[in-house]
Design a protein around this ligand. Structure first.
Ligand code: MN
Ligand code: MN
Length: 467
């Protein structure tokens, strides 16, 4: 042939997909911004360990950025910024765009609940002169991971007169912490023979909270009484007030840089606060969007999204309806024209456990934000499976604006699987795709994300909201 052939190298570049670490592609400007951004993220992770605290943090920030609480019948115009607090456990924010609302909204959804140990309704008891709390785990956990780590207690107690008492103990350096015990190896011969899923049972996740009895009372139960007395002095509560409380035991660890190179962050609850924070920051920084931006930070994802603060509830639809009607349209028209980034974490390829992943379709640490076309289990059960057209649109958008991204699927086919809120939003006739940050040790008390991946999630939301 007379025609000169491309060298293999050139042809490779032209025809084959290159899998490249973000550090080989990121600009100096983005890298600097990334490190700064992640300092803010760590601060958020230390202040917002549970959904209620994430809502408080979010609303504080939104107010500072000019958002006002949406009131029934409020008139809205381009540039207006509003938010709605759903029962202190979920939050919605919107920025009205310059385009007609009938063109749909740019919706970003993430969840602010994370796996943890909830206290039971009647939690306090004494056994063998020790005081303990009974718990009921929340979300998918490997139970053995929750023993012998420092725990903090977060939440609220509603007293008999209706007063709400916020609780946050175990986070301050001077605070005590709480702990679930485990057997010493010397006496664990039988336990160690059990399969891992059965080594620690749900009813063994009891939290040690005290051991000092009343000095002048040799009655049995005086350790429990002494603890209740401390709680009465501190919070003004009696035992019956636990019935109307939501107390969540979460790891007392602080968010920290991981690695000599500080390239990663270890923290409790990256799933899914890493997407919640990045979506929140993009919303807070969003200036005069063309399309109306709606961001929802939801509760109850880890237990299946049911309940009035979860995304199977109508609260998102109602908020969109309120905005649509205030602008002379209706929810049906607006939702049908809308697009959504359903923001949740994905599993990062773990070199220590390669067997559960299929290399060509896994997400990798430092390869950018993950765009996941479908989730689900077995034959894609429970997924909304974004269309090729919408996936193509997101791909063009990310590439045009230098967002470093990768694709990913949660493990090998039939290895397990999982899903998130994408399907519930897609069910409202919204074009929806999953996008999020790859995580190592997902659902463990201490999870790991990479800083560049986190920053690229923020950038992805920014780009999507501005489009
Ligand atoms: Mn999640
Ligand atoms: Mn999860």
């Amino acid at each position: 042939m007379a025609e000169k052939k491309d060298s293999a190298k050139k042809l490779k570049e032209k025809l084959l997909m290159q899998r490249k670490n973000a550090y080989h592609r990121i600009s100096d400007k983005d890298l600097k911004a990334c490190d700064k951004f992640c300092e803010g993220y760590k601060d958020f992770m230390n202040k917002a360990k549970i959904e209620r605290e994430a809502v408080i943090y979010s609303i504080d920030l939104l107010k500072k950025k000019g958002f006002v609480e949406y009131k029934e019948g409020m008139k809205l115009k381009a540039g207006d910024k509003v938010y709605r607090n759903n029962r202190g456990k979920a939050v919605l924010a919107a920025i009205i765009g310059t385009s007609p609302i009938t063109e749909g909204v740019r919706l970003c959804a993430a969840h602010i609940d994370s796996p943890r140990l909830d206290l039971k309704q009647n939690p306090l008891y004494e056994d063998t002169e020790m005081a303990l709390f009974k718990t009921h785990y929340y979300g998918g956990i490997k139970k053995y991971q929750w023993t012998t780590i420092p725990l903090a207690l977060h939440g609220v107690i509603i007293k008999s007169d209706g007063t709400s008492i916020p609780v946050n103990i175990g986070e301050d350096e001077k605070d005590p912490v709480f702990v679930v015990t485990d057997l010493l190896p010397h006496l664990a011969a039988a336990q160690m023979q059990k399969p891992m899923g059965k080594g620690i049972t749900g009813e063994q996740l009891n939290i040690v909270i005290g051991s000092r009895p009343f000095k002048d009372d040799e009655e049995s139960g005086s350790v429990k009484l002494a603890i209740m007395n401390i709680l009465f002095e501190k919070y003004g509560i009696t035992e019956a007030d636990f019935i109307s409380s939501e107390l969540e035991a979460v790891p007392a660890f602080k968010a920290k840089d991981i690695g000599f190179d500080r390239s990663m962050i270890g923290a409790y609850g990256h799933d899914d606060k890493v997407c919640a924070y990045t979506a929140l920051m993009a919303t807070a920084e969003c200036k005069k969007p063309k399309h109306t931006v709606v961001t929802v930070l939801t509760d109850k994802e880890e237990t299946g999204s049911d309940g009035n603060t979860g995304l199977r509830s109508a609260y998102l639809e109602y908020f969109v309806a309120d905005i649509a009607e205030a602008l002379g349209s209706d929810a049906r028209t607006v939702l049908s024209a809308s697009e959504c980034l359903s923001a949740d974490v994905n599993a990062a390829y773990d070199p220590t456990f390669p067997e559960v992943n299929e290399r060509n379709n896994s997400a990798y640490i430092n390869h950018g934000v993950v765009v996941t076309k479908y989730t689900g289990a077995r034959g894609k059960a429970g997924t909304s499976d974004a269309s090729a057209e919408f996936t193509g649109r997101i791909r063009r958008l990310m590439d045009a604006k230098d967002v470093i991204w990768q694709t990913g699927e949660l493990g090998k086919v039939d290895e397990g699987g999982g899903g998130t809120v994408a399907a519930y939003i897609a069910n409202l006739n919204v074009d929806t795709i999953d996008l999020g940050v790859p995580v190592l040790s997902m659902h463990a008390p201490y999870e790991i994300v990479s800083k560049v991946d986190t920053y690229m999630a923020f950038k992805a939301f920014e780009v999507f909201m501005a489009d």
